[in-house]
Write a protein that binds this ligand. Structure first.
Ligand code: CMP
Length: 209
């Protein structure tokens, strides 16, 4: 019995079980230097989200995944791309692919097929084909939600100050940016705009994603 408690790994597990039950984050943080941040994020996720699943995708909220961003023609024309990239980088999300694309009407119809029946659809087509679009693949823990948080509400009229749309736009007609709304659609949207070789793997910083 005593030898069980003397083993370092077992002590670690006991501490984690204690921390989990008493929601003791400082205790977990102390172990940050010893064990990887990735492992701790799983522990944190249990503390905060036990039983919770991300809506459609059915995956835990702290999973590392990729998401797609389209920076729309108005953002490029207004010269505020740098601010958007800076927000992504400051959030410790990783840009793993980026390129200009010519958003043809055909591509637009495919990408927005789910809203093709809407009366405003022709407006979307002329908006999205009005100039170059900058497409990015972003990687990080919970990146779909994190990027959508950065973007703010789809309609900039309701987007909170401090978000990209909240700070730079006040009309749905020019909402600056598109981001995938689930892990499942991110996978489909990334494959729509990028081939595998265009999505890079690299180490950014050991302390972030
Ligand atoms: P996005 O996030 O790219 O996803 C769908 C897009 O449709 C949305 O951003 C807007 O650009 C556009 N959109 C949604 N609702 C409206 C609307 N009521 N009028 C005009 N455009 C819209």
């Amino acid at each position: 019995m005593l030898s069980f408690f003397m083993q370092e790994n077992n002590i670690f597990i006991i501490v984690l079980v204690f921390a989990y039950f008493f929601n003791e984050k400082s205790l977990l943080s102390r172990y940050e230097t010893i064990y990887s941040q990735r492992f701790l994020s799983i522990i944190y996720s249990y503390m905060h989200n036990t039983g919770k699943k991300e809506s459609e995708a059915g995956k835990t909220q702290f999973e590392m995944h990729k998401t797609l961003i389209l920076i729309k023609p108005d953002t490029i024309a207004r010269g505020i791309v740098g601010d958007i990239l800076s927000r992504i980088e400051k959030k410790s999300l990783k840009i793993v692919a980026m390129k200009f694309i010519d958003m043809t009407e055909e591509l637009c119809r495919e990408h927005y097929a789910h809203i093709a029946h809407q009366p405003f659809f022709p407006k979307i087509v002329s908006y999205m084909t009005d100039g170059p679009v900058l497409a990015l693949v972003i990687e990080g823990i919970d990146s779909v939600r994190q990027v959508r948080n950065l973007c703010g509400a789809t309609d900039p009229q309701f987007a909170a100050p401090g978000t990209i749309r909240g700070d730079h736009s006040c009309t749905i007609d020019y909402n600056l940016i598109h981001s995938s709304d689930s892990i499942a659609s991110a996978d489909i949207e990334i494959a729509r705009f990028f081939i595998t070789e265009e999505v890079f793997q690299y180490t950014k910083n050991v302390y972030v994603n």
